[in-house]
Every structure is written in structure tokens, then in C-alpha cells.
Design a protein around this ligand. Structure first.
Ligand SMILES: [Zn+2]
Length: 79
């Protein structure tokens, strides 16, 4: 019973929710992820209930680009 110290929260969910995954470096994100149409955690297509995760910065030549990036909403949080 005491073999894990992750607690009951982790026991109920076998995987980490996308919205709890840290935003990867911009170089690791696909165009779809940078455009906000794909989840930055799982790469799945996002719905209107996507969660804004921050801004990813990228350089295109001498130009600094910034992208709003998103992840899937929390499981059950479809409102
Ligand atoms: Zn996701």
C-alpha cells in the first residue's frame, strides 16, 4: 500500500493531463502546435475548449515570432 508516494491523485489518473505538461521548447513544436491547432503535449487536434499555455518564441531569420500555444483541456473540463 505504501509502495508509491504519488498519492491518490495519480492513482485515479494513469496519465498526466495535457494541461499539466510543461510547454516544450519551441524547436520541439510542430507548425500545427505553434498555430494553436494541435496540443503541445499530445499533438492531438484541439477543440474550442483548449487551454492557453503561454507564448512560444521562435526566430525566422532576424525576425522574432511569437505564437500562442495551447493544450487539451483537463479531462471532464469541457465547459
Ligand atoms: Zn493533448
Amino acid at each position: 500500500m505504501a509502495s508509491t508516494r504519488s498519492g491518490s491523485e495519480a492513482d485515479r489518473r494513469t496519465r498526466v493531463a495535457c494541461r499539466d505538461v510543461p510547454v516544450p521548447p519551441t524547436s520541439h513544436l510542430s507548425i500545427e502546435q505553434l498555430k494553436g491547432v494541435a496540443c503541445i503535449a499530445c499533438g492531438g487536434q484541439l477543440s474550442e475548449s483548449r487551454v492557453h499555455r503561454g507564448v512560444a518564441l521562435d526566430h525566422d531569420g532576424g525576425l522574432l515570432l511569437d505564437y500562442d500555444v495551447y493544450s487539451c483541456p483537463a479531462p471532464g473540463d469541457t465547459a
